[in-house]
Design a protein. Structure first.
Length: 193
C-alpha cells in the first residue's frame, strides 16, 4: 500500500499527492489516538493493571515479542486496505481511510509485534489521555514513512524507491528487535529495583 501512494501514481489518477498524504498522516495519528484512548480507558477500569505483577507480564510479553520478531512476523489479520479506493474515491478520502486504518493497527497486517506492545502499554498506563498520546505517536510513526515517496515521479524513481524500502527493512528489523528486548529488560530492572 505504501508504494501505491506516490506523486507518480497520484498524478496518473488525477489526484494530489500532497492532499492525500496530509490526510493520511493526520488520520493515522487520529486512528492511533482513538485506539490508545479506548485502551487507556479500559485500563483505568481494571483494578491492579499498574501493579508489579502486571508490569512483569508486560515485560515478559516484550521479551516474547522480541523473540517472535527473530522468528518472523507475529500473528496478524491477513487484510490490507482496499487499493480499489484509489480510483473510486477522492484523494483526501483515500488518505483518511487508509491512514485511519493504519493508525488503528487492528485492521491491517501487523508486520511487527511492536503493535501489540503498544496496545499493552496503552492499556497499562490506565489513562485515556496518556493512551491517546501514545496512540497518536504510534499512528504518526506508522504514517511518516510515506513521506519517503516524495521523490517518486517516474518509473525509474519508483524502482529505486522499492529497492530502498527493501534495503531499509534489513536495517529496521534488527533495530525493532533490539528496542523490544531493551524495553523488556528495562521493565524487569524497574520492577526488580
Amino acid at each position: 500500500m505504501l508504494a501505491s501512494i506516490t506523486p507518480l501514481g497520484q498524478r496518473g489518477r488525477g489526484a494530489s499527492w500532497t492532499r492525500t498524504v496530509t490526510a493520511y498522516v493526520v488520520a493515522s495519528a487520529a486512528g492511533g489516538a482513538v485506539i490508545g484512548a479506548a485502551l487507556g480507558g479500559i485500563g483505568s477500569l481494571l483494578p491492579g493493571i499498574r501493579s508489579t505483577a502486571a508490569v512483569m507480564v508486560v515485560a515478559a510479553l516484550a521479551a516474547l515479542a522480541a523473540l517472535s520478531e527473530v522468528r518472523g512476523r507475529p500473528p496478524s489479520l491477513h487484510r490490507q486496505v482496499d487499493e480499489g479506493w484509489l480510483t473510486s474515491y477522492r484523494d483526501w478520502v483515500c488518505g483518511v481511510g487508509f491512514g485511519f486504518q493504519l493508525g488503528l493497527g487492528a485492521v491491517t497486517i501487523a508486520t511487527s509485534a511492536s503493535l501489540y506492545l503498544t496496545w499493552l502499554l496503552e492499556l497499562v498506563v490506565a489513562s485515556p489521555s496518556a493512551g491517546a498520546l501514545l496512540g497518536l505517536l504510534f499512528g504518526l510513526a506508522r504514517a511518516v514513512p510515506i513521506l519517503g515517496n516524495r521523490s517518486v515521479v517516474d518509473p525509474e524513481t519508483l524502482r529505486r524507491s522499492h529497492r530502498r524500502w527493501q534495503t531499509a527493512l534489513t536495517v529496521v528489523r534488527p533495530i525493532t528487535i533490539t528496542v523490544e528486548a531493551a524495553a523488556a529488560l528495562a521493565l524487569f530492572v524497574a520492577v526488580a529495583s
